[in-house]
Design a binder for this molecule. Sequence first.
Ligand code: FES
Length: 218
Amino acid sequence: MPHLTEDNLERARSLVALYPDKRSALIPILHLVQEQDGYVSPEGIHDAAELLGLTPAEVRGTASFYDMFHLEPVGKYVVAVCTNIACMLAGAYELLEHIEESLGTHPGGTTDDGAFTLEDAECLALCGNAPCVTVNWRYFGDMTPERWDSLAEDLRAGRLEGEVPPHGTLCRVRRSVGLVASGGAGAPASPVTAIDVTTSRTTPAAQSTVLPEGGGGS
Ligand code: FES
C-alpha cells in the first residue's frame, strides 16, 4: 500500500508523465514526499522508487546530495542563517550566535520542543537585505537579533502561519494550466499541476522582507 496520499500519488503520476524518462521526475517527487511528511521519509523513498523504476538506494543517494532535502525528521520550522560574504559583513555570525543562544542549539540541531531546526547556509540570494534568514524557505531580510527574537516569538505563537507554511511546502497556490504532459513516461497525457509563485507579503511582526513563495533563486 502506498505511503503517499491518494492526492499526492495522483500528483506524482502527473509529474512522471511530464518526462520522456520517468526517472527525470525524481527531484519534484522528492519535494512532494518532503511536503507530505516534512522530510524525505523512508516510506516516501520507497514510493518514489516504485514510481520511477529506481532502487530505494538510488533515490536516497540523490536526496542526500541536496541540502534542500532532509532525510531525518526536522523541527516545525527550519531556520537557515546565511553566513556568506554579504551577510557575514552585515553581522551574520553575530546573528547566528544570538540565534544559537536563543534556541539552545547549534547548526544541524533541533530544539528540544521540536519547534526549530537551525542551519548555517550559504548565499540565499537575498544579499541586498543582508543579513538574511529563511524559515521553511520563506525569506526574512535585514535581520537583527531583536527582529529574530520577535520573529521566533511570533512563530512559536502561531501568528505567522499565513506567511510560513509547514516545512517542505514549495508553494500553496497551484494552477491547473501551463504544463501539459504528452507522451510522457507515466500517466496518460493530461493537463497537470504547475507551480504558481505569485504572492508577496511583508511581515509586520518582524518588519522584514518576504519574497515570493519558493524563494529568490536558490
Ligand atoms: S550572502 Fe547572504 S544572501 Fe547572499
